[in-house]
Design a protein around this ligand. Sequence first.
Ligand code: BG6
Length: 481
Amino acid sequence: MTSDAIKTFPKHFLWGAATAAYQVEGAFQQDGKGLSIWDVYSHLPGTTYQRTNGDIAADHYNRYQEDVGLMAEMGLKSYRFSIAWTRIFPKGTGTINPKGIEFYNNLIDELLKYDIVPVITLYHWDLPQDLQDMGGWENRELVDIFAHYAKTCFECFGDRVRYWITFNEVINFIMLGYRDGLHPPGVRDEKRALEVSHIVNLAHAQSVTEYRKLVREKKILDGRIGIAHVLLPGFPISNTEEDVQACEFYEDMDFHWFYDPSLKGEYPERMRAWYQDRWQAPIIMAGDMDLIKSAAIDFIGINYYQSAFLAHNPSDGVGMAAINVTGEKGTQQESGIPGLFKKVINPKIEYTPWDWAIYPEGLYEGMKRIRERYGDIPIMITENGLGDKDPIGENGEILDYPRIEYLREHIRWCKRAIDDGINLIGYFAWSFIDLLSWLNGYQKQYGFVYVDRQKGLKRIKKQSYFWYRKLIQTNGEELQG
Ligand code: BG6
């Protein structure tokens, strides 16, 4: 893209960065916090890279003031973080833990002190273990239990917080947790995964309903509520009819199945019929679709890291591949669903050390597809970033130039989207600070701020920190360079 097209971003554009509780907070047993499924799962042998876990993480729970200070110095306009459900309700429901409320009150107040807009995610995968013990997301009781937790958060923090995200990446915690058995609860059963996807949609809808009620009653600020989905658009690897159809099926399965309920209040008909035929799932009860349909959202959050290149997969073709957690290039195999599609390596594209296709244009194409299918819904890029092993210079500087390049190119396509009239309201880089990368431990870094695990978790600003600061200061002018 030529730089001529780049001018400035809208005046109140939310330049942000994001994290999630389990990945950054640590303090996993401090001040009355209960155990989440990740606290338990990551302690089981063979679940994560070199047995890493979030027990300490970046210890953000105890260092939030220092971290918010770094955000302020960077000029961050907004910070997206998630609430650890087990800090508010150690057992998922029942008695509130006042210390948990106090922590998030302090964090929010600290952000507001510097005019940093808080964006809160209610569920970033750390389900209370006690709720898992009663069936987790397979138990319909969780719809009300989640809505109660959400309502509690709205009531406690909604006097100062205007942006809410109910769930982060429904597809990932469900498919990795229930289809691939790689995340907790470690189940491999597609039928169960589908049931969960429906129950989570109900929980999302019920919590949106609670939110609207509190706003109507003027008990909280009249803010905005949405959900954050994965955006991983598909592109056929060739123009053949077979590959194009494979790509269309992939988009129905991985994109529309998750976005349609949130944005249209329904499931895509072809997929619904296909799942019913194959697994008689999900079970949709009377009133379910009315609830889902009634819960319109104000914006859609999208997490974009990569695109998928699709080819036809013969019936005896490849199945799902294990995830590359080692960070060695080329260890990710092709993967897919026999008879339907497979994700293939595109030789024309650069890949990260974790074999994620770097394709900035895919972010733009994905946003266009959202607008085509769902209309002019405001879009917030809730995550975008490069997971890398950052080079360290002779004097300890973190030379993460590939991250700068990655972010710059993606943000250029954001500007193009805005120029084309797409209603983009914010961009949140993943992540503000180096944090636990779920299965990949601490070797896969995303942050603007490095955490020296050899030196008492000392914070060091990376090159990208200075670059992003300039980008924010100039409201995107830096992209000209
Ligand atoms: C998203 C999640 O899937 O991508 C984040 O919302 C996660 O929590 C990020 O860290 C990158 O994934 P990973 O596996 O490289 O950490």
